[in-house]
Ligand binder design. Structure first.
Ligand SMILES: NC(=O)C1=CN([C@@H]2O[C@H](COP(=O)(O)OP(=O)(O)OC[C@H]3O[C@@H](n4cnc5c(N)ncnc54)[C@H](OP(=O)(O)O)[C@@H]3O)[C@@H](O)[C@H]2O)C=CC1
Ligand SMILES: O=C(O)[C@@H]1CCC=N1
Length: 279
């Protein structure tokens, strides 16, 4: 039965779109045939990836809007005005639909200007672990979005992880933390494994241990409601190995580097938000 499922369209079929599409399928919220994407003609790999899911894959944006109930705008920020401009220019498209934009730094105000006046907008910041239904998403509703649109957004995003409604003023910092965050953690996992290999561990064992350790530590913070500093102290035995490792990290400025990374990424989002997205 596919008739009760929302028809989900993706404008831009790249990495984040594919992660969400795969998450929706594994959550039972979509089937390949209830999704459709538009890809840039130069991006045959993304078109192929959507076709492999059983979804239709086109090289035009307007038919995606026509055929979908909810449209996920998943192109790069600089492409958003071009892609949404295609829809505004099209005379024969009824655009009174829900558009979820995941583009970093593109504000609700800009999105509402780029789209036809009848379109309803929600701005979302997801992350790639949506693919394995462990995503972290937040959303902001636009001026024309209804309560039902907020419910639809929550239903889609909670199926692939967590989802919270937030004020738009927090979105740049959230993009820096949870939108970009998986990349920082992958670097940490690589570094943990590299350290293990340096000290004699086989590479595959080192990756298994590093990834499970990150997963377990994250679950401890989330599920025990205990301050991470207390959890850190629980690991750190007097005169033990952890204290030696932590001392080294502090000497190298680990904590300051992570804080600086969030600040730099937030700043980049602000630059994009303040720039003319058509340039
Ligand atoms: N990746 C992530 O972890 C996250 C990304 N985002 C946001 O998602 C959006 C997409 O990011 P991401 O998936 O990483 O980027 P990708 O480059 O992987 O995906 C964007 C896709 O859009 C295609 N495209 C370019 N022009 C057009 C057009 N005119 N019409 C339709 N499609 C077009 C691109 O093709 P081509 O490559 O040929 O240009 C590409 O396949 C960005 O706005 C980003 O800020 C948000 C949260 C997390
Ligand atoms: O790097 C980026 O710009 C996007 C936004 C958050 C994650 N990826």
């Amino acid at each position: 039965m596919t008739s009760n499922l929302l028809k989900i369209g993706f404008i831009g079929g790249g990495k984040m779109a594919q992660a969400m599409a795969k998450g929706f399928i594994s959550a039972g919220l979509a089937k390949g045939e209830t999704m459709i994407s538009s890809c840039h003609p130069s991006d045959l790999a993304s078109a192929k990836a959507f076709k492999e899911l059983g979804a239709e894959s086109l090289f035009e944006n307007v038919p995606v809007v026509k055929k979908s109930d909810v449209i996920i705008v998943s192109v790069k920020p600089s492409v958003v005005p071009i892609a949404l401009g295609d829809i505004k220019k099209a005379a024969d498209v009824k655009a009174d639909k829900l558009f979820l934009s995941i583009a970093m730094g593109v504000t609700i105000k800009q999105l509402e200007q780029f789209l036809p006046s009848e379109s309803r907008v929600v701005r979302v910041m997801p992350n790639t672990p949506a693919l394995v239904r462990s995503g972290t998403s937040v959303f902001v509703t636009g001026s024309r979005a209804t309560e039902k649109d907020a419910e639809t957004t929550k239903k889609l995003l909670q199926a692939v992880g967590t989802c919270e409604q937030v004020p738009e003023g927090l979105l740049d910092a959230i993009t820096a933390l949870s939108g970009s965050g998986p990349a920082y953690i992958y670097v940490l996992i690589e570094a943990l494994a590299d350290g293990g290999v340096k000290m004699g561990l086989p590479r595959d064992l080192a990756y298994r241990l590093a990834s499970q350790t990150v997963l377990g530590a994250a679950q401890m913070v989330r599920d025990t409601n205990t301050h991470p500093g207390v959890l850190k102290d629980d690991v750190t035995s007097p005169a033990g190995s952890t204290a030696a490792g932590l001392h080294f990290l502090e000497q190298k400025g680990f904590r300051a580097a992570v804080i600086g990374a969030i600040e730099a990424a937030t700043q980049r989002c602000r630059e994009v938000a303040q720039s003319d997205p058509t340039k």
